[in-house]
Design a protein around this ligand. Structure first.
Ligand code: G4P
Length: 528
């Protein structure tokens, strides 16, 4: 057992994920209120990018800037240290979110009871499933007339390909919403619309057959609740914690974040069952979370908004051992020892310099260009953490240099911005065409602006007719080489020299796949 065992055991590192507008920001804020990290609602400017700003990327960058401070929110609750990693809701920054999910040990997924499963929810869950991340579901906005709860659960199970286990059961919804019955503790939480509440009072009842239910809910609702509960209990039985920890079953809570209803109930269960920091696979071996030596990786890089200072903040997730200020650690990719005099942690809105950090923590490191996503720090060993994916971009554009005198600056800018994970860079085979791939149009504006203002390089973009990039592998190198030669116009190399097929359409992609059974087409690529 590690000498840091106690520190590891009391940490829970997770993210709240949702389709925009489902209530992630509101729920985050309620958590912070319970953790005492903020005193009043409305104090947190989360990563939320306001809807009206979607056409104004400078505004978005400004808001992203504000959100650096809330990228990680650490607070204590009942003796547990909670690291809540924020994720941008805007779909154009989805890759940031996907990568943040590699740094957490579990997630809470917020689903809007009116809208049910939405686009982003589906994608985010795919990433969780890739890593078997344990998930708790919070069905929000029960104060609104939502879908039938049985239908909603079925929809979530089917669409998100996960089995659900209700922990609480709602009594009606919308204006008739009366509260939730806790299936585990067998108590009743009566709903009252109160956006300022920061306490929840549950009523102890002996079980669902307690006659007091009829007084509290009326005969009809009490009877309906008994019927529902019997059905739910017969179907689901007891929650098997191991199945939750294996990412196979997701406990479900119903509530209303804005009214602070059902939130504390979920938070209490969360700290009871959510996983502590876990051991992780690397390119060399599995790193046990209890090892005494430091290891960890960079999962996100955020640029400084001041163009005069090109420094950045690298977000480093500690996976084992102890991170210490001013101690030398081994930067594996650069094969160099580095130390940090001002590492900081994030306590709600304030950044503060820290002396040390343990597995599960996220440390902000000032960086002048030494880090890229996936970089590892150790105490001497050489390995990289695996499972940090790059996803296929969806929009591709050729970079056209408008100022040949600034070619060097452009190259440097492109390298650094793509190291940050703003976009992916490809080089077309047989030519030198530089291609930028992104998930959203906004990133092209961001790149163009930053290349000009930070590197003095002026570019325009030419749209390319591709819709997906697939990384290619084959057991037969000759087949891969031939394919590359025949399909030159569609072949490029990513930054690490991996061969990529750029498909014009689903049809082309499927045809190539069918014609080339010895070649595998992958929609994601592991950074290591
Ligand atoms: P997001 O971070 O997932 O994008 O969602 P956010 O928390 O910002 O919530 C989106 C909208 O839903 C907000 O209203 C918020 O007040 C509302 N909301 C959150 N929880 C509940 C709930 O339990 N019940 C109801 N009825 N509404 C809820 P908005 O008008 O878009 O924003 P705002 O002007 O209130 O900030």
């Amino acid at each position: 057992m590690s000498k840091y065992h106690k520190e590891i055991e009391r940490r829970r590192t997770f993210a709240i994920i949702s389709h925009p507008d489902a209530g992630k920001t509101t729920l985050t804020e309620k958590f912070l209120l319970f953790g005492g990290a903020i005193q009043v609602a409305g104090a947190v400017k989360s990563n939320k990018i306001k809807k009206h700003a979607t056409s104004d990327f400078m505004e978005i960058e400004r808001q992203r800037g504000i959100s650096v401070a809330t990228s990680v929110m650490s607070f204590e609750y009942n003796g547990i240290l909670i690291n809540l990693l924020d994720t941008p809701g805007h779909k154009d920054f989805a890759e940031d979110t996907y990568r943040t999910l590699t740094a957490v040990d579990s997630v809470i997924l917020v689903v809007d009871s009116v809208n049910g499963v939405e686009d982003q929810t589906r994608r985010l869950m795919e990433v969780c499933r890739m890593r078997d991340t344990p998930v708790i579901v919070f069905i929000n906005k029960m104060d609104r007339d939502g879908k039938n709860r049985f239908d909603l659960l079925e929809e979530i199970e089917k669409e998100l390909k996960i089995s659900l286990h209700p922990m609480s059961w709602p009594i009606n919804s919308g204006k008739d919403f009366k509260g939730v019955y806790n299936l585990h503790d067998k108590n009743l939480l009566l709903f009252s619309a109160n956006t300022k509440a920061n306490e929840e009072d549950s009523l102890a009842i002996s079980d669902v057959n307690d006659p007091v239910l009829n007084q509290l809910l009326g005969d009809t609702d009490a009877a309906q609740l008994r019927e529902d509960v019997e059905l739910v209990e017969t179907v689901h039985g007891q929650l098997q914690i191991e199945e939750y920890l294996a990412g196979k079953i997701a406990p479900v809570f119903f509530g209303s974040a804005i009214n602070n209803f059902g939130v504390k109930e979920m938070l209490d269960t969360f700290i009871g069952i959510a996983p502590t920091p876990r051991s992780r696979e690397t390119t060399a071996r599995k790193v046990d979370v209890e090892e005494d030596k430091l290891s960890g990786f960079v999962f996100k890089i955020h640029a400084n908004l001041d163009p005069k200072h090109r420094d950045r903040i690298a977000f480093f997730r500690v996976c084992s051992g102890r991170f210490e200020r001013n101690k030398y650690f081994h930067h594996v990719r650069l094969d160099k020892d580095v130390r940090f005099s001002n590492p900081y942690s994030f306590m709600a809105r304030d950044k503060s310099i820290i002396e040390d950090a343990y597995a599960g923590d996220v440390v902000g490191l000032f960086d002048t260009g030494n880090f890229k996503i996936g970089d590892t720090l150790t105490e001497g060993e050489d390995f990289y953490f695996t499972g940090i994916p790059s996803f296929s971009p969806e929009i591709f554009k050729e970079v056209v240099n408008k100022d040949p005198m600034k070619t060097k600056q452009l190259e440097k800018g492109l390298m650094q911005l793509t190291d940050e994970g703003v976009a992916q860079l490809f080089t077309q085979f047989g030519g030198n065409k530089k291609i930028i791939g992104c998930v959203g149009e906004l990133q092209f504006e961001v790149i163009q602006y930053r290349l000009l203002h930070e590197y003095g390089a002026s570019v325009v973009f030419n749209s390319l007719p591709f819709f997906k990039a697939c990384w290619l592998t084959s057991n037969d190198p000759k087949k891969l080489e031939d394919f590359g030669r025949f399909k030159q116009a569609n072949i490029a190399e990513d930054k690490d020299g991996h061969m990529v097929y750029l498909g014009q359409s689903e049809w082309f992609l499927n045809t190539e796949r069918a014609n080339n059974p010895d070649i595998e087409f992958h929609f994601t690529s592991e950074i290591h």
